[in-house]
Ligand binder design. Structure first.
Ligand code: MN
Length: 752
């Protein structure tokens, strides 16, 4: 093919290629340059005489993208080669097979990933967002795909002028929506800021140019103030022998705009805050760096008064994206606030270039930079592939939580469900289908059982557990956040109430037809009053759900009937049922779900913890373990405090629910007896246990030490009521001082 490029075009290409080589030099090994040259040649041949909308030869674009990868993200040879080739499969006749043959399977895989991303980008924004999320979530191939894609987008944004306005707007909004948050997540601060500024330039050109010109106007004055502020700091640091640089830091146009919008303040107010950055040339070492930063902090705050509420220590605990720095705001001369960032060179590079730079430093010397990168990439890949909980959390923080206002999770079949932030497993169930929601008794997230109130996290795979006997409860309204779930639950509660009321009405009619007054309003309102119901409808309902038990109802009817015969006023008729729960507790029970232990009504599996051996009657809680399902502990279990404080979100409220008629189960309980040694004590104890109370003993041992004795007995008990009775009886034995239940399974000898 004959080249149509002019001399100027050729000069431009050579200039761009040289610039790429310069960017590569510090980060890659010499023999890798051959690969890069080969990729450049292949891209040049493939794109041929193609030109971009701007009129430039097309090859300039991949060259610039590769340069961004090398210079601004610090990526290695493979990424640079992939960047050079990123558009050939999509835009030219070159095939993936050719690429695999020439550059190997790894590069071909990255190009394939990049082409897949491009293919999904052509649709409407919302659809696109979904697709984009899908790609990120299911991406287990190579993070380089995302990084090269970001570099591609950055260059496209830098050259957006050439496109028609309609396209500019589409690409710009896509950038703010998807790519800038992505860059942020990856810790690519400089790229994130540039993407945001460039987007604003096209979506809100007036605002952009307004802020830009105001920044320009105030430049000289700002520089003067900063110089005045910095001078005494510089002096002191020099005296102390520090090597450092101080930069006046420009806030990005986008961040100024955001602040103006969020706080409803004019440009001048935002720019009242000045910002500087002190970068120390401390050798990379956590201890040294930390100590130096704090020393400099102390220098700055000796000179200027800090605002204590604005101290941010990202050094002791780094940010989710690897960012490390010390931030403070101090009162400068002439009463202006100055934001001061203190960090080392290494921290600064990590802050600007993200994780890639971070891992480069892990390797120690810059020469083998791409080695550290490989390590980083493989670590990310590993994490993406593993289903380990902590890894999932890491990924969540690291890259998936792009859109804080919404979360997205998968069904077991892999369908994507998008929910608002804060949505729970129950919301997820209703989102699948209202029937699934209504019958939901629990959920498994990434194979682990969670309560209905579990907050969905990005990337969760959720399986809903249903039961035919389940019905929506009023307490569910506190668990769900989506409008869909709320309205379905309300509708179902209303319907349920209607049905129950109908049952109650029918029952009352049946009973009242036999009385003197019959099924009449006077009778009904007297009954309602007698049972403290607000209305007759409420009476129907309470009769229907047997909140008013049949015996009391019959008594009341009889009494009113008699009074009707004799003309007397009714007495208070409601008799409290023995096992009726007080109103307040009932409401409470509805508000949060409770795991019922003992019965077989619930579909969730649980085991009694062996560290504290709970028995019916003990106060208990459920704990969701990572491998063994739910474990039931006593609330006073010695492991309780640490479980609750560390894993509060895994705690389930639980209570015993032993069906009275069902078979009785026995649980091992250990008791410890201490007393004064006296003859016959062992036989007295065992007499009471086995003869009088008919309790099975699994083991018994007594030990006498210097006139005192210590006995440990393992018994099989039904519940705490029986245990308390037993303990009380044992305490009455002459010579027994204390009788205590003990927890430790070692002592119980029943572990395993
Ligand atoms: Mn491209």
């Amino acid at each position: 093919m004959k080249s149509t490029f002019t001399i100027d075009d050729q000069r431009l290409i050579i200039k761009s290629y040289r610039s790429l080589l310069r960017a590569c030099k510090p980060i890659i090994k010499k023999d890798s340059l051959k690969e890069i040259r080969k990729a450049f040649q292949f891209a040049l041949d493939s794109h041929g005489n193609d030109r971009r909308k701007s009129g430039e030869p097309y090859i300039i674009h991949p060259l610039e993208v590769a340069t961004i990868c090398a210079r601004e993200i610090g990526l290695g040879t493979k990424s640079i080669v992939a960047a050079l080739l990123h558009d050939v499969v999509e835009d030219t006749s070159a095939t993936l097979e050719e690429i695999e043959e020439m550059f190997g399977p790894k590069i071909a895989e990255i190009i394939k990933g990049l082409t897949k991303v491009s293919g999904l980008m052509g649709k409407s924004t919302s659809e696109q967002a979904e697709n984009f999320k899908k790609i990120l979530l299911t991406l287990s191939d190579d993070v380089r795909v995302i990084l090269v894609k970001l570099a591609d987008r950055l260059h496209n944004m830098r050259t957006l002028d050439a496109l028609p306005q309609q396209k500019q707007l589409k690409i710009a909004s896509e950038t703010t929506f998807l790519f800038a948050p992505l860059a942020h997540r990856l810790g690519l601060h400089a790229i994130k800021s540039e993407l945001e500024d460039l987007s604003l330039k096209y979506t809100e050109p007036h605002v952009f140019h307004d802020i830009q010109s105001k920044l320009e106007e105030s430049k000289a004055q700002r520089a003067r103030l900063i110089r005045k502020f910095v001078q005494p700091i510089e002096q002191t640091l020099e005296q102390l022998g520090y090597k450092f640089t101080i930069k006046g830091r420009l806030k990005s146009i986008y961040s100024i705009y955001q602040k103006m919008q969020k706080q409803g303040i004019p440009f001048e107010k935002v720019y009242d805050v000045f910002a500087i950055r002190i970068i120390l040339e401390t050798a990379p070492s956590h201890e040294l760096e930390k100590a130096d930063c704090w020393r400099v902090y102390s220098v700055v705050t000796d000179i200027y008064t800090p605002n204590p509420s604005r101290l941010r220590d990202w050094i002791s605990t780094q940010k989710f994206n690897g960012y490390e720095s010390l931030h403070t705001t101090v009162m400068g001369p002439s009463g202006r606030w100055f934001e001061v960032q203190i960090r080392t060179q290494r921290m600064d590079e990590v802050a600007e270039k993200g994780f890639a730079a971070h891992w480069k430093y892990k390797e120690g010397d810059g020469q083998h930079g791409s080695m550290g990168l490989e390590e980083w990439l493989s670590k990310i890949r590993e994490l993406l592939e593993s289903s380990d909980a902590e890894a999932l959390e890491f990924i969540d923080d690291f890259k998936l939580n792009l859109f804080s206002e919404e979360v997205f999770a998968f069904t077991p079949k892999g369908d994507l469900i998008t929910l608002p932030h804060g949505a729970t497993a129950l919301d997820f169930a209703f989102e699948i289908h209202s029937d699934v929601g209504a019958k939901c008794i629990g959920a498994k997230v990434n194979q682990r059982i969670v309560p209905l109130s579990y907050q969905v996290r990005n990337g969760d795979q959720i399986e809903i557990i249903t039961s035919r006997n389940q019905k929506p409860h009023e307490g569910w309204l506190d668990i769900v956040v989506t409008a869909k779930a709320k309205s379905k639950i309300k509708a179902s509660l209303k319907e349920e109430k209607r049905k129950v009321s109908m049952l109650g009405k029918d029952y009352l009619k049946l009973k009242l037809d036999k009385t003197k007054l019959g099924f009449d309003n006077n009778m009904l309102s007297r009954l309602a009053k007698a049972f403290h119901c607000k209305s007759v409808i409420e009476l129907y309902y309470q009769v229907g759900n047997e909140q008013i038990d049949k015996a009391s109802l019959s008594r009341a009817i009889k009494e009113i009937d008699n009074q009707a015969k004799q003309g007397q006023a009714p007495a208070t008729l409601r008799k409290k049922k023995k096992n009726q729960v007080p109103q307040a507790e009932q409401g409470d029970k509805k508000a949060t779900e409770v795991l019922l232990v003992g019965g077989d009504s619930i579909g969730l599996e649980y085991h009694l913890a062996q560290c504290c051996n709970p028995i019916p009657g003990d106060h208990i809680f459920g704990f969701i373990t990572s491998k063994e399902g739910i474990k039931i502990h006593r609330t006073n279990c010695s492991n309780g405090p640490s479980l609750m404080s560390k894993y509060g979100y895994r705690i389930l409220r639980a209570k015993w629910d032993i069906p009275e008629i069902e078979h009785i189960t026995f649980h091992p309980v250990g008791i410890k007896i201490i007393g004064i040694d006296s003859p016959g004590i062992v036989s007295s104890v065992s007499q009471i246990i086995s003869k009088e109370l008919k309790v099975n003993m699994k083991s018994i041992s007594f030990r006498a030490v210097d006139g005192a004795y210590k006995g440990t007995i393992v018994l099989e008990m039904q519940d705490t009521e029986h245990l308390e009775e037993l303990i009380a009886k044992l305490k009455m034995i002459h010579g027994v001082e204390t009788v205590q239940r003990f927890n430790n399974d070692d002592e119980l000898g029943i572990s395993g």
